[in-house]
Design a protein. Sequence first.
Length: 402
Amino acid sequence: MTTVTASTAPSTRPQHTTDPLALVDVDHVRFWVGNAKQSAFFYATAFGFQVEQIDDLTTGNRTSAQYLLTQGNIRFILETPLSKDHPAADEIRRCGDGIKDISFNVLDAESAWKAAVRNGGTSAYEPVTRSDASGSVTMAGIRTYGRTVHTFVSRTGSYALPEVKQGGKFMPGFRPIGALALNEQNRQNPCGLKFVDHAVGNVEEGKMNHWVSWYENVLGFSMFKHFDDKDISTEYSALMSKVMASGNQLIKFPINEPAAGKKKSQILEYLEWHDMTPGVQHLALRTDDELSSVAALRRRGVDFLNIPETYYEGVWARVDSMLRQHGHSAVKEDHQRIRDLGILVDADDEGYLLQLFTKPLQDRPTLFFEIICRRGSQSFGKGNFKALFESLELEQERRGNL
Ligand code: FE2
């Protein structure tokens, strides 16, 4: 028996004044999609996710269908509305499929939510607890840029996150989906994706600093790296980006805004196809082995950005000299295979990283994924931005949007 209660009663837990979030982990990333059944098949087939659990008409949910997909420590909830009155229906009508909510696992969702609201955050929804004999899950949301939400999630009993990671039920209402041939295939052919490294938000021109302050004040994040439009500009378009990191640096949120260029910025293109509403531009998924992951994803048909051949003419001199200058060993992965797989490489004073970006995951040029592997570097591939954006602009031109 599942009970749902809404509560605004004061919490007995201590308040975390310096880190209101008291972030334990990324609980899950929620997508709102037009057809969750088909999206689940896409993310499982293309990216190797396990389709684990479901909450839909068969479990008594008459408002939406939700699928839990997992890989490593990544949990996606793909949700589709079952009627025009569900808020996801209007969101999908305006913006198409995309990420609605990046949820944080915390010790006490209600006190984290209260602290965030006290710090100037706007509530998206008040604490709601779902419980049964096995335990409980409490969720409460605040609104970040656009109509994106951060939900605080706290869990007890067999719904605690360590249990969920071991295959336990996600929350009351969900049921295991049962044996799927696709899941078995994916277990035998893993893609090696481990966790969410960062999530990038695109906001309107002039609003980046507003959201930087918001993450500082409301969630107790701090600025991690700073790029300006001199770093990230091509002949035609530019953007500005600042990276916000959670107190324990478990997750980072780069915030992009468009900067003036001769032609349309990729950030502006995103906004125009996203109802002029800020939202999540890309989700970076971490792997320990970029070459194996990208090779596996390419075999599955994942469409990655095409990196210009000329990129590889300059990359080793740039990367190796940076690594040498800071006393780090050279890139250990096979250089020819990196080129054959079309992977990007960048280095900074701490080491290097390997990364590659997919093309948009839906027909609109909005959300995409990044596959990233860090070898010491904690940055975001600044040296690749120019190469990347030239490649992005080529794609933008083909869509007639440049
Ligand atoms: Fe990224």
